[in-house]
Write a protein that binds this ligand. Sequence first.
Ligand SMILES: Nc1ncnc2c1ncn2[C@@H]1O[C@H](COP(=O)(O)OP(=O)(O)O)[C@@H](O)[C@H]1O
Ligand SMILES: [Mg+2]
Length: 244
Amino acid sequence: MKTITSNNQVIWYDETLISDSVEQAFEPEYWHAQGKVIGSAQGRGTTWFVQTEHLPAALRHYRRGGLFGKLVKDHYWFTQWHNTRSCEEFQLLQHLVKAGVNVPKPIAARAVKRTVCYQADILTQKIEGADDLVAILQKQRLDAKVYRLIGQQIRQLHDANVNHTDLNIHNILLDQSNKAWIIDFDKCHLEPSRGESNLSVWEQSNLDRLLRSFCKEVTKRQIKWSQENDWPALLEGYRQSATC
Ligand SMILES: Nc1ncnc2c1ncn2[C@@H]1O[C@H](COP(=O)(O)OP(=O)(O)O)[C@@H](O)[C@H]1O
Ligand SMILES: [Mg+2]
């Protein structure tokens, strides 16, 4: 990881993945001006998909959710550069890529200091031809095999000691070959490594969060999902060792 530091901002980047101007790469206008915006997705804000010199990428500006987010949209209290959300997510993604979990490669991250607060952005590999589980399940049911693959990825994530505090079905993508990808590691963190075979409280709570998300979208968006059939398949994949 390389770093560029100036008086009010720090950029962390992987020099093997970016040769575009790193300082400009966080500005959607930079990509628009070159005709290199290849799409967008709507989450809390707009995620821009852009064509970098090396690979298609997803550019996200950090925004708050919830009620507080309506008041303070994208400013976070500054303590230290390495504690900024963008730096933490960048490092967590690097750790997960090394551990062999299907997550986007982190390309570059930035934090900009604004008096006592900061704003942040991240550029990651775009997962090509992928849709999130909500969009897919609105159209079709999925085989038990696919749910087992999703479960296996979550197990690998946990074996890498990463607590995904927002594990919901908008943050799980499936690509054309039904490979499952986990995204959106804002506010997620490493846990101390566990020796015992029982599930830790945080692992169980990630799974509970995911189950609530499936149930919620059955009512809200009529996704084609059955707790009776599909959830056990996911758990089966989760319980198998990742190498099985
Ligand atoms: N690396 C990526 N590859 C493909 N799609 C992505 C990627 N990152 C984000 N997206 C899309 O953008 C949406 C919002 O991004 P996300 O990282 O979940 O931010 P948030 O939920 O905070 O808005 C996702 O649900 C997904 O559809
Ligand atoms: Mg998300």
